[in-house]
Write a protein that binds this ligand. Structure first.
Ligand SMILES: [Zn+2]
Length: 457
């Protein structure tokens, strides 16, 4: 008689041995021998011993019970799946979007224009010009911009569309060229401790930000190393490194303004590479974390066409670089980084197309409030043409654009930035407000006939 499975079940898992399962001592004895040689399979040999010898009756290989259960599991599940009714098709999560109530109350326009403002000196003893802004006037600028709903971002945040601006507010880029001493000055108190001069640009911005917590300390400093500035950045040699490191640590951006501040008009590509790389090395020697990913052209002058690629990326002396933004000096606001780079994005040409390698800037100049190109002019312009102004929807995942601006949007750029485009129309929605559908064409009569001339800083 052959043994029962019960015997085998009683055996330890990796046990090797012999069981006498015979129940008769006639001429034959039956054994089953379990050999365990791996954890997956056990083999049972059925033997018969008689007077004529030992016979192998048969050998059976069996999967060990836990293993067989595991191997069978997918099969069982698979069968079950086939048998079960087909599951309901998974519904993709709805794309993020701005609520109608927010559209109505904020009228976001993330295809609109952004001002990049260029500052140089902050000398209280010189009049306000295109290159100088008295500290008092700069304080007023910040207050005016704040009250008009602007909030600062850096150049890199603008070109990469990483602008963290609350719903209903307009991003604004403040830039400071030449690392002039009046931009960042440190004074020593009676007790010998250094502090930031409250009348330098950084001191004014710090004070302002403290009084307005929703005005972050954001700006881009296009600095010059010692060899281009007749001195260290911001003038005070012993604190140059501390100042640059301070700016980076506070969230300001430190960027390139070349090494020697020479016009690039006739420069070779090699020389341009040297100018950019040397500036990076010199500034990073003082502040290793300085970003140096954008460049403001000295005097706003572009090099010749064939040398222009050297502005964007290159390598020299073991330093490789990539400038995500190239800034000129003049003179118009720039459309949002989700818009197409077309020659004439708005019918009357007041607003520059978005081209990160040709970013225009505007200059504060109290003497010419009615001249296109000045901060004074554009502040008034956007009051009269709110439809052209970038207004944040407050949702970093969504690019909300009124239908009238929809054609300007580069859908590929929106997608590449990992955002969702939401083109909306308020026409006929009964929302009231300032007249439903927004329009690209400026409403102001005079502004339609603008004639703008570049300014050279
Ligand atoms: Zn400069």
């Amino acid at each position: 008689m052959l043994p029962h499975d019960d015997n085998r079940k009683a055996m330890p898992n990796s046990w090797t041995g012999v069981t006498n399962s015979g129940n008769s001592l006639s001429d034959a004895l039956a054994f089953d021998i379990r050999l365990t040689y791996n954890p997956v399979v056990s083999t049972v040999f059925y033997m018969r011993i008689s007077q004529r010898g030992i016979y192998l009756m048969r050998a059976v290989m069996r999967l060990r019970p836990p293993v067989s259960a595991l191997l069978l599991l997918p099969l069982l599940l698979g069968c079950k799946k086939e048998a079960a009714p087909p599951p309901a098709p998974a519904t993709p999560p709805p794309p993020p979007q701005v609520s109608e109530i927010d559209l109505k109350s904020f009228k976001p326009n993330e295809a609109g224009a952004v001002m990049i403002v260029m500052y140089h000196h902050f000398d209280p003893n010189r009049p306000d010009t295109d290159l100088n802004r008295r500290p008092e006037t700069f304080r007023k600028d910040l207050e005016t911009l704040y009250q008009a709903g602007y909030r600062p971002v850096t150049v890199s945040e603008f070109v990469e569309n990483r602008m963290d601006v609350p719903a209903g507010k307009t991003p604004l880029v403040l830039t400071f060229d030449d690392s002039a001493p009046s931009q960042f000055r440190v004074t020593t108190g009676a007790d010998g401790s250094p502090s930031i001069d409250p009348d330098c640009a950084v001191g004014i911005m710090e004070t302002f930000s403290k009084s307005k917590p929703d005005w972050p300390m954001k700006a881009t400093f296009f600095v010059l190393p010692r060899r281009g500035n007749n001195g260290d950045p911001f003038g005070q040699s012993d604190s140059a490194s501390d100042k640059l490191n301070y700016l980076v640590s506070k969230g300001y951006e430190v960027a390139n303004h070349s090494s020697t501040h020479s016009s690039m008009r006739r420069m070779s590509a090699d020389k341009i590479r040297w100018e950019i790389s040397t500036a990076i090395r010199d500034i990073r020697a003082l502040a290793p974390q300085a970003q140096m990913q954008a460049i403001a052209l000295p005097y706003g002058i572009l090099p010749r066409k064939e040398a222009e690629p050297a502005l964007i990326s290159g390598e020299e002396g073991g330093t490789s670089y990539e400038n995500r933004a190239v800034l000129l000096a003049a003179w118009r606001p720039v459309l949002s980084p989700v818009t197409k780079n077309v020659k004439r994005p708005t019918p009357t040409g007041q607003i520059a197309a978005f081209n990160p390698h040709r970013l225009e800037r505007i200059t504060p100049d109290a003497r010419r409030p009615n001249t296109a190109g000045t901060l004074e002019f554009w502040l008034k312009f956007f009051q009269e043409n709110p439809n052209l102004r970038y207004i944040s929807d407050g949702n970093p995942k969504v690019v909300a654009v009124p239908k009238s601006m929809g054609e300007l949007v580069d859908a590929g750029a929106v997608k590449a930035q990992g955002k969702t485009l939401q083109v909306y129309s308020l026409t006929g929605s009964g929302s009231g407000g300032r007249g439903g559908e927004l329009s690209v064409t400026p409403s102001g009569g005079k502004s339609g006939a603008l004639r703008v001339k570049p300014q050279t800083p």
